[in-house]
Design a protein around this ligand. Structure first.
Ligand SMILES: NC(=O)c1ccc[n+]([C@@H]2O[C@H](COP(=O)([O-])OP(=O)(O)OC[C@H]3O[C@@H](n4cnc5c(N)ncnc54)[C@H](OP(=O)(O)O)[C@@H]3O)[C@@H](O)[C@H]2O)c1
Length: 203
């Protein structure tokens, strides 16, 4: 199945790799225990960056750290707890980062939930919009001073082409009135777009 999806992807997206050294750089990758996040963390570590795996489940995160250290000789990776569905956890994570890191060069907002049954964050927002957009927005806001202090630095937000089919339901941010799992993911991806392209360019 993975081979089929990888072949299909190669029809639309060209292969990309880099051998630019990232020695001396520090990166945070959210949701780095599996999928795209874990592969990204592995690539950054293989090029010399110190990588913080920001994950909600520490057992999975520690397993990912062990996997990367086994596969990448000399990898400098650590796991830190972050639940993007909980404002308190985001604050604690940011405080922990300020206490342990002098610099932050890359913040990669990768974690995401998609097409799930209706649920809300601890603060009462619809889960997909709350985790994928609001949680990352708040995290970025809290880490902005450290990023600026580390310039040149960058924030990378993962999104999806599905944003083109969505709109944000500002009148129903908890998604209680009319929830559809697919609409939830599209609206959070719409939310991600202005963050990618610069606030103000969207509707
Ligand atoms: N894969 C695709 O084809 C595709 C297409 C379009 C967009 N994207 C976007 O690309 C990103 C990565 O996709 P993927 O397929 O690699 O995702 P994935 O394999 O489903 O992994 C998602 C990651 O997000 C974490 N996460 C979920 N809720 C969280 C929370 N409340 N706090 C912290 N972490 C949380 C998960 O942790 P747990 O393991 O603990 O659940 C997991 O580590 C996502 O933002 C996704 O929307 C992917």
């Amino acid at each position: 199945m993975q081979a089929v999806s990888s072949s299909l992807r190669s029809l639309f997206v060209s292969q990309w790799s880099s051998d630019v050294s990232l020695e001396g750089k520090t990166a945070i990758v959210t949701g780095a225990n599996v999928g795209i996040g874990k592969e990204t963390a592995k690539d950054l570590a293989s090029r010399g960056a110190r990588v913080i795996l920001a994950c909600r489940d520490m057992a999975k995160a520690e397993q990912a750290v062990r996997d990367i250290m086994r596969e990448v000789e000399g990898a400098r990776v650590v796991a830190k707890q972050l639940d993007l569905a909980d404002t308190k956890s985001i604050c604690q994570f940011a405080e922990n980062v300020y206490n342990s890191e002098k610099y932050l060069h890359f913040l990669i907002n990768n974690a995401g939930v998609a097409i799930c049954p209706h649920a809300t964050t601890v603060d009462g927002y619809e889960l997909q919009f709350g985790v994928n957009h609001l949680g990352h927005f708040f995290l970025t806001f809290l880490l902005l001073d450290l990023l600026k202090h580390s310039a040149p630095a960058r924030v990378i937000n993962l999104s999806s082409a599905a944003h083109a089919m969505g709109r944000i339901h500002f009148e129903d941010l908890s998604g209680e009135k009319d929830y559809h799992p697919g609409a939830g993911v599209r609206s959070e991806q719409v939310g991600q777009r202005p963050v990618h392209q610069g606030a103000g360019q969207e509707d």
